[in-house]
Every structure is written in C-alpha cells, then in structure tokens.
Design a protein around this ligand. Structure first.
Ligand code: BJW
Length: 241
C-alpha cells in the first residue's frame, strides 16, 4: 500500500463468498443457487408477478436455512467486526448479502444494499417489518390489511439498490476499499472499485478466485475468506497502529 495516504477511512464490500464458510450457498459457481434456479425465474419483479409461489418458496427455503442452528458467523465475519471495533477512522461495511451474519458477528455499521431476508415489505403500504417465518402468497399485511401484497425486502434485478448515496460518498473518500467474496458480475457493486480508483483509494480484492473485475484492483489475495481476511486485517491494523 502507498505511504502517501494515512488510513482514515475504510469501506468493505462483501458478497456471497464471505458466507460460504458459514454454510450458505453462493449464487454462481459449483453448487451455487443459479445451478438450481434460473435468475430470471426468481430474482426480478417480473418473476414475482408471474409466479409468486416459486419466488416465495425460493426465499422461504433460504430463510429457513439461514435460521438453522449450524449457520453462524465465520472467522471472516468476526474479523471484520473486530476491525471495526478497534479502528479509529470512518468505517462502513456494505454487504450485498441478505443474511444477517455480519450483525451476528458484532458489526455495527452494516449497509444491506440488496436488502434483508429477515424483513418483509408490503407492496401496497410500503411497511417494512421483521419476518422469521415463511411468507405465503395470500398472507394479509398487518398494517394495511391487504392480502397477497407481502414480498421479501430484497433488491431484484432492475430494482434500485438501497442507500446508494451513502455508499457513493463513502467510496469517494475512502483510503482503502476491500472487496470480499463477490464474483464482480452484478452491478452497481461490481463498479465500486472504479469509483475508488478514480478518487485515488487503494483497492483490495479478497476472493477464492479472480473475479470478473479483478484487473481493476491494486492488490489481490486469493483463498478462503475465513483465512485470508483475518490475516489481512491484522496486518492493516498493525501497519497503521
Ligand atoms: C469465496 C468463497 C470463500 C466462494 N472465500 N470467496 C451495468 C452494466 C451491466 C448491467 C448492469 C449495469 N448496471 C445495472 C445492471 C443490471 C443489473 C446487473 O448487474 N446485471 C448483471 C447480470 C450484468 N443490476 C441491477 O439490476 C441492479 N440494479 C440496478 O443497477 O439499479 C439501477 C437501475 C434500476 C432500474 C433501471 C435502471 C437502473 C440490482 C441488482 C440486484 C441483485 N440482486 C441479487 C438478489 C438479491 C436477493 C437475494 O439474495 O436473493 O443479489 S442477485 C445476486 O447477485 C444477489 C447477490 O447479492 C449478487 C451478487 O452476487 P455475489 O455476492 O457476487 O455472489 P456470487 O455467487 O456471484 O459470487 C461469490 C464469489 O465468492 C465467487 O467469486 C466465489 O469464487 C467467491 N467465494 N467461496 C472467499 N470461502
């Protein structure tokens, strides 16, 4: 890392790969969700309008899995929470993941840009509320009383990811940007590294294998995030202590 900038601001982007070692499937790759489901059948507003039962089942199955007792934060989630606690500067953790493993690990500043699996949203009144059970296609909204209007509070293709202004602001002023466990296939997250590069920040990719946007990163570490991320964050801390 260059010596010119002191470490005052860190942005971390995480993707499905960080939760793989916790027993949650990724989307792409061997055994990924896109092997069993077609993206266009389950992850777009059009898919939900066409076949709400299939879409609700897809998310109900994933919610049940997330709540299983063997799904827990792994060393990568914990290392990020520890880093946030001991780092004096600005820190923001942007996750594309809809699981809550970062929060369970103790992370405080988490932005769920693709929403949260443990929240539901009413398409009629807009109310967002917690959900730990299956959502059914004819469920009634507690708030407005409409039937069949509840959906998972997640961001599908063609929808605007959440808190983009806050994310862009943080990216433009960060000294270090870490991208962890994401394939770099889905935008706008895949383009974050270019925003950091344009503002002179240092960008680091931590992944099992090179992502689709690996050439844009100034530093790359390949291996399981549960091993590489704690090591990297320890050094980042030591070098700035
Ligand atoms: C490990 C590991 C271990 C495994 N350790 N690593 C610009 C160019 C082209 C297209 C677009 C563009 N801008 C927008 C688009 C369209 C579209 C898009 O990106 N399409 C692409 C297919 C090209 N994007 C959108 O529509 C987005 N909205 C948007 O841009 O709004 C603006 C707008 C709106 C309206 C009109 C006009 C503009 C929304 C994207 C929403 C994505 N939603 C999903 C579902 C969310 C809910 C859910 O979870 O079901 O989000 S799709 C899915 O992909 C999910 C993920 O968050 C996301 C990213 O996946 P991720 O995390 O990268 O997972 P994987 O599985 O792909 O990769 C895992 C990686 O981990 C791999 O590399 C492994 O090697 C690695 N790994 N084990 C370390 N142990």
């Amino acid at each position: 890392m260059g010596k010119a900038r002191s470490l005052e601001s860190v942005v971390v982007l995480t993707g499905a790969g960080i939760s793989a070692e916790s027993g949650l499937p990724t989307f792409s790759g061997d055994g990924g969700l896109w092997e069993k489901y077609r993206v266009e059948d389950v992850a777009s507003p059009r898919a939900f309008a066409r076949d709400p039962l299939l879409v609700q089942r897809f998310y109900n199955t994933r919610r049940r899995r997330l709540l299983a007792s063997d799904v827990r934060p792994n060393p990568a989630h914990i290392a990020l929470a520890d880093f946030e606690q001991r780092f004096d500067g600005d820190f923001i953790l942007v996750t594309q993941n809809i699981d809550h493993l970062h929060e369970q690990a103790g992370s405080a500043e988490v932005v769920h840009m693709h929403g949260e699996l443990l929240k539901k949203r009413c398409q009629n009144c807009g109310r967002i509320s917690e959900v730990k059970r299956d959502i059914s296609i004819d469920q009634v909204c507690d708030c407005c009383g409409e039937r069949g209007t509840l959906r998972p509070h997640v961001v599908w293709f063609g929808e605007m990811p959440l808190e983009m202004d806050r994310i862009h602001q943080a990216l433009r002023k960060c000294d270090v940007f870490l991208s962890v466990g994401t394939s770099g296939n889905v935008y706008p997250a895949a383009g974050f590294v270019e925003i950091v590069n344009a503002s002179g920040g240092h960008s680091v990719e931590i992944n099992l294998q090179p992502s689709a946007v690996q050439s844009s990163f100034s530093q790359k570490l390949y291996g399981p995030a549960g091993e590489t991320l704690p090591q990297f964050l320890q050094q980042l801390h030591v070098s700035t202590a």
